[in-house]
Design a protein around this ligand. Structure first.
Ligand SMILES: Nc1nc2c(ncn2[C@@H]2O[C@H](COP(=O)(O)OP(=O)(O)O)[C@@H](O)[C@H]2O)c(=O)[nH]1
Ligand SMILES: [Mg+2]
Length: 281
């Protein structure tokens, strides 16, 4: 697969919990990019997708049918999803062959509904290596409904950290479906993304307001606060960008995030985050 200038185009994996808005982002991004005459090629890696509203160059459902996997291996839907994820990853090279000869400005990849199927399985690392071609990045979508409380936000943030840790790709965090949030809540969540000290204080307050205040709860909060402090010490800031596939908001940031990978930085993985932070500040 090549760019118009003959180089390998960047590859963006869209990752997040089930229902976070991954497929919608791929759809709206492809449509939006077309208006800018940017050719964003797409891939669907979710064998469980019922319908796909974008126009994929490769659709994993052509390779693997969940119903068939359930049938052939005598599995329930969850077992079939897990096996299908491994079967897909095992065919990474075949998928690459299908992309041979295509040309486009970037590749945006929709991932399986459940984040753990994609990020936590060993086989996925191989898939990311093969499809990513050394030019891959990750967009992690925070679910807006799961991000409204301090503990919910922290959970999404830790999940994003784990996915980054697993896949080792430069990552940008997005607050998905921002159009669904009341302005005050939206503002609060964005503040948590920038100010982990504020998040820490709000998390503590939330735990104080809980009806059950047992030792286990206190320990969990202490654990979460320790994580937040470690992140602050390491200058790791989630830095959420609001996104709405519905209103086509935040898509320009997704594009510039991907384009920045070509900024000629010597060490993409280290240099990237700080560069992006500077840009956003
Ligand atoms: N209001 C609103 N709804 C959205 C947006 N993005 C996705 N949704 C809805 O959220 C649900 C899940 O979206 P989907 O893209 O399938 O999530 P996925 O499981 O992560 O692929 C669908 O009902 C979408 O219509 C958005 O930007 N705004
Ligand atoms: Mg989906």
């Amino acid at each position: 697969m090549t760019n118009s200038d003959g180089t390998t185009p960047p590859v963006l994996f869209v990752v997040g919990t089930a229902g976070a808005g991954k497929s919608s982002l791929v759809t709206s991004f492809q449509r939006w990019a077309r208006f800018l005459e940017i050719d964003a090629l797409t891939i669907n890696l979710d064998p469980g997708a019922e319908r796909v509203h974008y126009d994929p160059e490769f659709d994993v459902r052509d390779l693997i049918s969940l119903a068939e996997v359930m049938d052939r291996y005598d599995l329930g839907p969850n077992g079939a999803q897990i096996l299908a994820a491994d079967l897909v990853a095992a065919q990474a090279d075949e998928i690459m062959d299908e992309l041979e000869g295509l040309s486009g400005d970037m590749l945006i990849i929709d991932t399986p509904g459940q984040v753990e199927l994609f990020a936590f399985r060993e086989a996925s690392n191989h898939l990311v290596d093969v499809l990513g071609q050394g030019r891959a990045a990750l967009a992690f979508l925070f679910d807006p409904m799961l991000s409204q409380t301090p503990s919910g936000f922290v959970s999404q943030m830790l999940l994003s950290n784990i996915v980054q840790f697993r896949l080792g790709l430069p990552t940008a965090n997005y607050l998905s479906k921002a159009d669904l949030l009341e302005p005050e809540i939206l503002e609060k969540i964005l503040e948590w993304g920038e100010r982990l000290d504020v998040l820490e204080a709000d998390l503590y307050e939330e735990s104080q307001n809980r009806l059950t205040r047992d030792t286990a709860t206190a320990q969990r909060v202490e654990f979460a606060i320790a994580q937040l402090r470690t992140m602050q010490d390491a200058s790791i800031i989630p830095g959420l960008v609001p996104l709405s596939s519905e209103h086509e908001e935040g898509l320009a940031d997704v594009l510039s995030f991907v384009q920045n990978i070509f900024g000629g930085m010597a060490d993409m993985r280290d240099g990237f985050a700080s560069d992006l932070d500077e840009e956003r500040n």
